[in-house]
Ligand binder design. Structure first.
Ligand SMILES: NC(=O)c1ccc[n+]([C@@H]2O[C@H](COP(=O)([O-])OP(=O)(O)OC[C@H]3O[C@@H](n4cnc5c(N)ncnc54)[C@H](O)[C@@H]3O)[C@@H](O)[C@H]2O)c1
Ligand SMILES: O=c1ccn([C@@H]2O[C@H](COP(=O)(O)OP(=O)(O)O[C@H]3O[C@H](CO)[C@@H](O)[C@H](O)[C@H]3O)[C@@H](O)[C@H]2O)c(=O)[nH]1
Length: 437
């Protein structure tokens, strides 16, 4: 099939590449000329494991091409995916200007039947709005379908190729059949394509993300309570997670959820509720608890250093909002770094993939290190913000030899308490007992 993808970010590029992998001819359109030039030169503009292999293979096979021209994209594709940003607006709602702006252009330009697929995360009623905007100018038939994306960054290719489910919101038989044909190769393992109305599809995405954000937040509250009463959240997590009704996943406490999705999507659903006079009380709490959780290590650090962080230097391992990505949007590490800088401290940071993005934001306000151990030189303490695999079995002797104060503040509970006890370092984590030498 001939497919066009408008917006070539994390979702658009993965969608375009994976659809080319199953034999479709895909044109990826992006407004960012530099990005398009990079992709034309064979360069993947984001860090996403395994994407490079598929990207390269499909470019060489002539199935994946790139353009800055929406017109070209619209001429090419019978199915047009919109994978455009829907960032948080000032009032917490999803900013639909990118989606509706492109919809307007589509209405003015299409000359034959197209299926316009909304892959961006958008509030209930957006498919209807897109339909209206296109219909203002369109001189041919078209259908608008809602097809929310559930991929996770860091596992995006795997998630797209082997989705647990594909949700298609459509009220058109013709469009539904085309979507089923397109996605057939991805559901061979028996996972379903769930067809529903557009509004339910739009809400499914927000409900899934908000539920997961609430699950994490619930565990963060349990962890905070563990600290007050001397229980161990790791043990509680294992005890709870073995109940299949609860499940083991997304129960890991830490310094809060971040990223380009959970924070904005929880806020957008909360705001959508307000718009129809519904008060999402759970979401209100989730937002507030998570905001505070991002700096949960700060009181521990301040107490350890007697409230005097002035001129202390902290090594920070992990800047990305989670491992296996270079994405720093709403990363808890950055909230903590801001607080440390405000308190007069200095920061030496290391992250395997996200340092370039952080450099653009912080410039020379913090130092960057080439290796995780270099970050420890002449620093007072180590803070861990992201659970990259390489931090999981560190050389504790090197850590002890380098740090001025022999102490680790771990926002992701990377180490077993009993193991750290044997290593002889002071250790503060989330929802577990402190080790104070
Ligand atoms: N990142 C994720 O893991 C993820 C997962 C599921 C859903 N989503 C949703 O998918 C949507 C896209 O997210 P993303 O992370 O891929 O965003 P992104 O910011 O990584 O990419 C968006 C791309 O759109 C391009 N763009 C902006 N305006 C354009 C225009 N007028 N024409 C063509 N291109 C244009 C930008 O240059 C950018 O390359 C959002 O609604 C997001 O909530 C994201
Ligand atoms: O037990 C857990 C699991 C996750 N997190 C944090 O939650 C955030 C989000 O993690 P994850 O869901 O793995 O990353 P995303 O790539 O943001 O993916 C989410 O957001 C995407 C965009 O909407 C959806 O498509 C995915 O299904 C959804 O998992 C990160 O900060 C994690 O550190 C925890 O604190 N504890």
């Amino acid at each position: 099939m001939r497919i066009s993808v408008i917006g070539t970010g994390y979702v658009g590029l993965v969608t375009g590449t994976c659809l080319a992998e199953t034999g479709n001819e895909v044109v990826c359109v992006d407004i960012n000329e530099q990005k398009v030039q990079k992709m034309r030169n064979g360069e993947v503009p984001i860090y996403e494991p395994h994407l490079d292999v598929l990207f390269d293979r499909n470019i060489k096979a002539g199935r994946l091409t790139f353009s800055t021209s929406l017109e070209e994209g619209l001429e090419h594709g019978e199915i047009i995916f919109l994978a455009l940003p829907t960032p948080e607006d000032e009032d917490g709602s999803a900013d639909l200007s990118y989606v509706l702006g492109v919809a307007d252009d589509i209405g003015k330009r299409i000359t034959e039947y197209k299926v316009i697929v909304d892959k961006s995360t958008v509030p209930v009623g957006t498919a209807e709005k897109v339909q209206e905007v296109i219909a203002k100018n369109a001189k041919c038939d078209f259908d608008v379908v809602s097809n929310p994306e559930f991929l996770r960054e860091g596992f995006a290719v795997d998630d797209f190729l082997k989705p647990e489910r594909i949700v298609v919101g459509s009220s058109s038989q013709r469009a539904t059949e085309l979507m089923e044909k397109l996605y057939k190769p991805f559901v061979r393992s028996g996972n379903p394509i769930i067809i529903m109305d557009e509004k339910s599809a739009e809400l499914t995405k927000y409900a899934a993300n908000s539920f997961l954000a609430a699950k994490i937040t619930f565990m963060n509250e349990i962890a905070n309570y563990c600290e007050k009463v001397g229980a161990d959240v790791d043990k509680v997590r294992r005890g709870m997670g073995t109940d299949s009704r609860i499940g083991k996943r997304f129960l890991f406490p830490g310094i809060g959820y971040g990223g380009s999705c959970f924070p904005k999507d929880v806020k957008a659903l909360h705001k959508s509720g307000k718009d129809v006079d519904y008060d999402f009380q759970i979401l209100d709490s989730v937002i507030k608890v998570n905001q505070k959780q991002k700096t949960a290590l700060l009181p521990k650090i301040k107490t350890y250093f007697d409230n005097d962080l002035d001129d202390k230097t902290f090594a920070v391992w992990g800047l990305a909002f989670k491992p296996e990505t270079d994405d720093i949007r709403e990363a808890p590490a950055l909230y903590l770094i801001d607080e440390l800088l405000n308190a007069g401290a200095k920061v030496k940071a290391f992250d395997p993939e996200a340092m370039d993005n952080v450099k653009r934001k912080y410039e020379d306000r913090i130092q960057f290190s080439k290796t995780m151990y270099e970050a420890l030189d002449n620093t007072d303490a180590l803070i861990i913000c992201t659970e990259w695999s390489i931090f999981r079995t560190p050389d504790f002797k090197k850590i002890k030899d380098s740090l001025k104060e022999n102490v680790i503040f771990d926002g992701r509970n990377l180490y077993d308490i009993s193991d750290v006890e044997k290593e002889g370092v002071s250790y503060f984590s989330i929802g577990r007992k402190d080790i104070i030498l």
